[in-house]
Design a protein around this ligand. Structure first.
Ligand SMILES: Nc1ncnc2c1ncn2[C@@H]1O[C@H](COP(=O)(O)OP(=O)(O)OP(=O)(O)O)[C@@H](O)[C@H]1O
Ligand SMILES: [Mg+2]
Length: 490
């Protein structure tokens, strides 16, 4: 079976996809906005630390310059301040003071003392007259900012105070937010899926039932499906349900009418066939009847010994039996019977048809040639109906051939079908006539001689059995009818 997505699945899939995309996008934008805010806040804090430290360091350097503190005291003070700051705020990676030439006056890392920095970050910081912020990567690869506050009063420059401030907390905050957003989005998605699933089912169920009912009708031709005639829904789906149940009702009626018409056509055609056979049947009855009448006359008019009395009774008896069989055959054929499929032998169906037509065929000097078939499995058909099909085609062929001809029968099996080919040696069928021969009431016979229902009924009977019938003809080389019927499933 070809894979396809139901309306309900499509509805759920598309809605979930939309919710997923929108929730994802919304979450992404929120995370980006929060990340920006966190970063700005962290930089602001780093700037505040750098500015305050810058003021404190400038004061200390001014005191030293005016001789209020000694060199050693000032250095101790700066070191104490730096280590105190480092302890107070763990986000500070380093805190240092550089003189205008880039020489380290104080540093959170004692080993950096006395070094002269010439790197681009230092150069940029020393050149600036205002506070600078530079984004860098820490030695462990995490994000950080280098905030430098110049130690200046008017034109007097004592260097720069730099604070290395970690942005790892920002990243941690963003990560926590991302996790929260993920959980929230998943919960929203799950909730939405449940709601969408329930509403989708409510909307799709009537459509699914409608499609199932439609499949039953189109694939199996089953009109006996149970489909509710009324619904409480007032929307388009409800209207569709009501229209559909109305349509099924109409189809059932039409089907019933068509069946009745077909049965009537079948019966009419049977009676016409009986009419065609009448002459042959009369002959079939007349012969034994003649014998019976003669024997009866002898029997009543002359005295006879026991042996010839017995012989006369025998002749009368067998003649009457023959007449009874012929009449019974005709009665069986003309009886109105509903279709009853049984595993049947196509050979014996053909035998019965030929037996019914026997007198008719011999009267017209028609030879029957049957090509033997090696293996002929059973077919699933109603034998009485298929008999009627064969008989119609045989009678048509006899009518076409006139007083002489040969009728060929051949049977083959192919693609789970049994094909019966019936060919005559008549004049064949003109192409214009050929395309109309299966139309009901189409006949080329004189008015009153044919109903034109024979082949239409044949086609309908064969179609009822899930088979096909086709006709081919080459001018002056006779007509060929092929009836294909389904073989019984083994
Ligand atoms: N074997 C055949 N050879 C030539 N023409 C044929 C043959 N079988 C059918 N036809 C043509 O098809 C037409 C339709 O056949 P169909 O059996 O439906 O009706 P019909 O024979 O004319 O009437 P009815 O069957 O009531 O006697 C025939 O009138 C005839 O022209
Ligand atoms: Mg006919």
């Amino acid at each position: 079976m070809k894979f396809f997505l139901s309306v309900q699945s499509k509805f759920i899939l598309i809605s979930s996809l939309c919710i997923f995309i929108f929730a994802g996008l919304f979450g992404y934008l929120i995370i980006q906005r929060e990340k920006k805010l966190y970063t700005e806040d962290a930089i602001h804090q780093a700037k505040t630390i750098a500015e305050i430290s810058g003021v404190i360091f400038t004061n200390a350097l001014v005191y030293k310059e005016v001789g209020l503190v000694e060199n050693v005291g000032m250095t101790d003070y700066l070191d104490y301040y730096v280590s105190d700051m480092m302890l107070k705020d763990k986000r500070i990676i380093y805190l240092l003071i550089l003189d205008p030439d880039g020489k380290v006056l104080s540093h959170s890392n004692i080993r950096e003392y006395g070094k002269v920095y010439t790197d681009p970050v230092t150069k940029k910081a020393l050149k600036a007259t205002l506070i600078t912020v530079q984004r860098l990567k820490n030695t462990n690869g995490s994000d950080m900012v280098d905030v430098a506050a110049p130690l200046r009063i008017s034109t007097k420059n004592w260097g720069v105070c730099r604070v290395g401030f970690s942005l790892e907390d920002v990243n941690k905050g963003v990560k926590a937010l991302r996790n929260e957003m993920f959980i929230m989005t998943s919960l929203v998605l799950l909730g939405s899926l449940i709601v969408i699933g329930i509403t989708g089912k409510a909307f799709a169920t009537p459509l699914v039932n409608l499609a199932k009912a439609m499949d039953q009708i189109t694939e199996k031709g089953n009109l006996d499906i149970h489909y509710p005639e009324s619904t409480r829904r007032k929307d388009e789906i409800g209207r569709l349900q009501i229209s559909f149940s109305w349509m099924i009702k109409r189809l059932r009626e039409a089907n019933r009418e068509q069946k009745n018409t077909m049965e009537l056509m079948c019966q009419t055609e049977k009676m016409a066939t009986v009419g065609s056979l009448a002459a042959g049947v009369a002959h079939e009855i007349n012969n034994p009847l003649g014998g019976v009448v003669l024997c009866f006359k002898n029997f009543t008019e002359s005295d006879m010994d026991e042996a010839s009395r017995k012989m006369h009774i025998e002749v009368i008896n067998s003649g009457l039996l023959k007449i009874q069989t012929t009449v019974q055959g005709l009665l069986d054929f003309s009886r109105k019977t509903p279709i009853a499929i049984t595993p049947s032998s196509i050979n014996s169906i053909l035998d019965t048809s030929l037996k019914l037509a026997d007198s008719f065929l011999s009267k017209k000097n028609i030879t029957v040639v049957r090509k033997p078939c090696a293996v002929m499995p059973l077919v699933s058909v109603d034998p009485a109906k298929i008999e009627q099909v064969f008989l119609n085609i045989i009678i048509n062929a006899v009518h076409a051939m006139g007083d002489q001809g040969t009728l060929f029968f051949e049977m083959t099996n192919e693609n789970d079908m049994c094909h019966v080919s019936i060919t005559d040696t008549g004049p064949g069928i003109d192409p214009q006539v050929l395309q109309r021969i299966f139309d009901p009431f189409f006949t080329t016979k004189d008015p009153g001689k044919g109903t034109g229902l024979g082949l239409a009924v044949c086609r309908s009977i064969v179609a009822q059995h899930g088979g096909r019938i086709k006709a081919e003809s080459t001018k002056r080389r006779g007509a060929n009818f092929i009836i294909s019927l389904p073989l019984m499933e083994s």
